[in-house]
Design a protein around this ligand. Structure first.
Ligand code: NAI
Length: 714
């Protein structure tokens, strides 16, 4: 045995210490479950053992199934049968545990999540450490799965169908007090006493049979569609799930079905039903997508996976922020919260103070909510120094400029700041549209010039797009990433390009919406298709939000910079017309594709019907959804081909965290893999023929598709 040790005590209570080697936390695997089965055989046959305590030798009980293993399995292209067998390989040993004929208690400390909590549910008694670090829950739904080791069956049998569905569908975890209230656990104890208390239960009160294995057992609150309350409950949940998932996520409906079907069956049959539903999810691309991008990819990015090696770690203690507008004030707040001293510079002290007011407001709210103390909030505020001149930048290891989007002003502030800041420091621009290599020409040390593209609102958006200019050095990339790490934000690293990665691809969403409008597709269909595909807002609404005027500025900048080489985006004419003929620049102007009546809800502008008469024949909802998503995916493929993106994971993560590309897809590139490369290429060829070159697959993509390869594999 490699992952657990059995300690048999003099009083006949055995303690099974789980201790997965090489891991800071215990994770569940098929290997661990196989060992559990082995040790159970001994426990059953050894007359000296009267009962068992399952405990962890680490700070965490069991943190869940190993997601890397999930990813590996998903990548192997398991059959349904293989996937169901895998679920059974975990589920059956747990069943053997609860039917071993001896009382079993779990001693839970630290996270007991997913398969880890399912292990605890298979014990006859649960003692939970009463401290903030100890949590229990079944988060599988968040990675597109369901608890496949008894969770969907034991939980309803313990706490009733309604409460179980709440936990299963939401996937959130609960702390000790709440867990006891919900009867997810039986007893709380100080962490250092949990094993002894569990042992005492085994010795003095141990019962070796689960309620659901006893004759006449009934699920609390009832089960089965013939019970009117249960029927109504499921009817309500089915509607709610359909509305929340827009049919893009398969796990919530599968959870409903597993509970509905399983709760009327004897437990062994119910577990088999659960395994069947689990298998449909494990073989579904959405599980792979969510696991790969939102957990593995994000986890790696947070650990600064793209940081060039062999560069000593930098710690920013003093950072300059130039421009105390919307972005600068948000960046200042985040840096001060992360413990840095911030010098916030604007053209007047009044402006700089206004920028600091932003932090004052946010911190006051935190104190009100109890998320921070007055003293801590004051300390954060004290770290923000407002200034007009540049002398205060002395000693800054990093300066970020967030002044107006104007090359001349940016050039001036770059020179002035570089003269004052640390000679070895890094200068970063938060520009959203101006190529970094060009801006670096104003720098006296372009190797230490980089783009740090934050998203609005900075305090809530976790992504930072790090933009590498032609002359940016490795050490500068490393230091910029160290800073993003200090802010606890998630970086992606991209090479310089017009619009970088996120703005460039996001623009295609807006423009495709406008092109559809121009083609005579009903505006409501366009907007609904965007939302039904999983985008947070429709393309016309979001164009209004970022402002049609800004879209025009980006076009104009491109025309000025590139001349004849400029390729007009799909919505060019619509943007031009709205800004120059109609004076409808977007939400901040009070009118765009929508009207914004004072005090009322926005509504699509009635004038659209006259400008762009709705064609008699409309495309299907699916066709419009595909167009809106595929055009973004295809442009991301181009970014990968051009080397703007160096890793598919950055493209995926950036699309989801940057502009809200739907999570079920796993991101713009995972979408291509979800559709399947050959089919995606074929569809895009068709769309290119009908609608233009923006859909045309690249040579590299064609080759990957023909060779049966994937983007991640390549
Ligand atoms: P803003 O207009 O809210 O703020 C700009 C601030 O810079 C103003 O407070 C202004 O007084 C100050 N400023 C102008 N010239 C200055 C100078 N010479 N010295 C010191 N301060 C000066 O603009 P916003 O939205 O904060 O944008 C700033 C930068 O961030 C721009 O480059 C923009 O493209 C970029 N950006 C904007 C995003 C957004 O969502 N608004 C997102 C990402 C980047």
């Amino acid at each position: 045995m490699n992952m657990m040790k059995l300690e048999v005590r003099a009083d006949g209570v055995a303690v099974l210490w789980i201790d997965v080697p090489g891991r800071t936390m215990n994770v569940l695997s098929t290997e661990l479950c196989a060992e559990l089965d082995e040790v159970l055989a001994r426990i059953k046959s050894d007359a000296a053992i009267r009962g068992l305590v399952v405990a962890s030798a680490k700070n965490a009980f069991v943190a869940g199934f190993d997601l890397l293993e999930v990813l590996k399995l998903a990548a192997q292209g398991l059959s349904l049968r293989q996937a169901a067998a895998l679920s059974a390989a975990i589920s059956l040993p747990f069943r053997h545990l609860e039917t071993c004929g001896k009382p079993v208690a779990a001693a839970i400390q630290g996270p007991a999540l997913g398969g880890g909590f399912e292990l605890a549910l298979a014990c006859h008694w649960r003692v939970m450490a009463d401290d903030p670090k100890t949590i229990v829950g079944l988060p599988e739904v968040r990675v597109g799965l369901l608890p496949g080791a008894g969770g969907t069956q034991r939980l309803p049998r313990m706490i009733g169908v309604a409460k179980a569905l709440d936990l299963l569908l939401d996937g959130s975890h609960v702390g000790a007090r709440r867990a006891l209230e919900l009867r997810l656990v039986d007893e709380l104890a100080p962490r250092e006493q949990i094993v002894e208390r569990a042992a005492a239960w085994v010795r003095e009160r141990g019962v070796a049979i689960q309620p659901w294995d006893q004759k006449g057992f009934r699920i609390p609150g009832g089960a089965g569609q013939l019970e009117p309350a249960i029927h109504a409950l499921f009817a309500g949940r089915v509607g709610r799930v359909a509305k929340a998932t827009l049919r893009n996520f398969p796990a919530p409906p599968a959870i409903l079905a597993a509970v509905a079907d399983g709760s009327v069956l004897p437990i062994d049959k119910a577990l088999a039903v659960e395994s069947k539903y689990f298998a449909t999810l494990l073989t579904h691309p959405v599980a792979r997508n969510l696991t790969r991008t939102m957990f593995v990819g994000k986890g790696e990015a947070d650990k600064l996976a793209r940081r060039p090696p062999n560069v000593p770690k930098a710690v920013v203690t003093r950072v300059g922020v130039l421009g105390a507008g919307m972005m600068g004030s948000g960046i200042a707040y985040c840096a001060a919260r992360a413990g840095m001293t911030v010098v916030l510079v604007d053209s007047t002290l009044d402006q700089a103070e206004k920028g600091k007011d932003y932090s004052r407001r946010l911190l006051a709210k935190e104190v009100e909510r109890g998320a921070s103390t007055r003293e801590a909030a004051d300390a954060v505020l004290e770290r923000i120094v407002t200034s007009v001149g540049y002398e205060q930048l002395r000693g800054c290891e990093l300066v970020i400029e967030a002044v107006f989007e104007d090359r001349k002003i940016k050039a001036e502030v770059t020179r002035a700041a570089e003269a004052a800041m640390l000679k070895s420091g890094v200068f970063a621009s938060n520009t959203s549209t101006l190529p970094i290599t060009g801006l670096a020409e104003n720098s006296s040390r372009p190797d230490r010039f980089i783009g740090l593209h934050f998203f609005s609102p900075v305090d809530r958006m976790g992504l930072v797009e790090v933009i590498v200019g032609k002359r940016t050095s490795k050490a500068t990339i490393a230091h910029a990433l160290d800073f993003v790490g200090q802010l606890r934000k998630t970086p992606i690293v991209v090479n310089d390009s017009r619009g970088f990665y996120t703005s460039r691809v996001f623009g295609f969403y807006c423009h495709e919406g406008m092109r559809l409008l121009e083609e005579g597709v009903a505006p409501a269909l366009i907007e609904n298709a965007g939302r039904m595909a999983g985008m947070p807002v429709g393309p016309l609404a979001v164009s209004d939000e970022v402002s049609i005027e800004l879209l025009w500025k980006v076009i104009h900048q491109g025309e000025v910079d590139l001349g004849d080489k400029y390729v007009k985006p799909a919505g060019y004419e619509v943007v031009r017309r709205f800004v120059h003929e109609l004076d409808r620049g977007g939400r901040k102007f009070g009118r765009g594709f929508y009207d914004y009546p004072e005090g009322g809800r926005k509504r699509l502008w009635a004038g659209l019907a006259k400008l762009y008469p709705v064609r008699a024949e409309q495309p299907s909802l699916e066709e419009v959804k595909d167009r809106l998503l595929y055009v973004q995916a295809m442009e991301t493929v181009r970014c990968l081909d051009e080397g703007v993106l160096t890793h598919p994971a950055d493209g995926d993560l950036g699309s989801i965290l940057g502009w809200g590309f739907p999570t079920w897809t796993g991101g713009t590139l995972s979408l291509v893999e979800t559709v399947g490369l050959p089919r995606f290429v074929k569809e895009c060829d068709r769309l290119a023929k009908q609608h233009g070159d923006r859909y045309r697959p690249t040579r590299k993509l064609r080759k990957l598709a023909a060779d049966g390869k994937t983007l991640y594999g390549a």
